[in-house]
Design a binder for this molecule. Structure first.
Ligand SMILES: [Ca+2]
Length: 131
């Protein structure tokens, strides 16, 4: 059993960072995309970028897709701000889908203190994955 993450919907994210509450970009909202990593810290996917996200743009969706081959293994989604010089990590969320495979939910929510992501999932049996 594995799961394909087909879409990541961003419901909330921190619009400032650090103790000084510095905005990600000085003159506009952050340019948001995500990267996903498996338990071996191999990058599975890099999404397209949503430019200049403002609070009123929430929620918005970033398209997939990447495959969680083993739901019991830990994965990480990093929400990033694309910048000219060096991209910055907005939020990094570790997750595993262990325990969900029996119910096969269509979505799963990942939350931290200031970030909420909703993953859209497609569950696939190993038997049918090859067809
Ligand atoms: Ca930026």
């Amino acid at each position: 059993m594995h799961a394909v993450v087909t879409e990541v919907t961003v419901h909330s994210l921190p619009f400032t960072c650090g103790e000084e509450d510095r905005p990600w970009d000085l003159t506009s909202g952050p340019d948001v995309y995500y990267e996903s990593f498996n338990a071996q810290n191999e990058r599975l996917f890099t999404s397209t970028v949503a430019d200049d996200v403002r609070p009123q743009d929430l929620p918005f969706s970033l398209p997939g897709s990447f495959t969680v081959q083993d739901p019991a293994e830990g994965h990480v989604i990093c929400l990033m701000d694309s910048d000219l010089i060096e991209d910055e990590v907005i939020t990094s969320i570790a997750f595993e889908l262990d325990g969900l495979a029996a119910d096969r939910p269509d979505t799963v929510c990942l939350t931290t203190e200031d970030t909420t992501l909703e993953l859209s999932l497609e569950w696939k049996d190993p038997d049918t994955a090859q067809s």
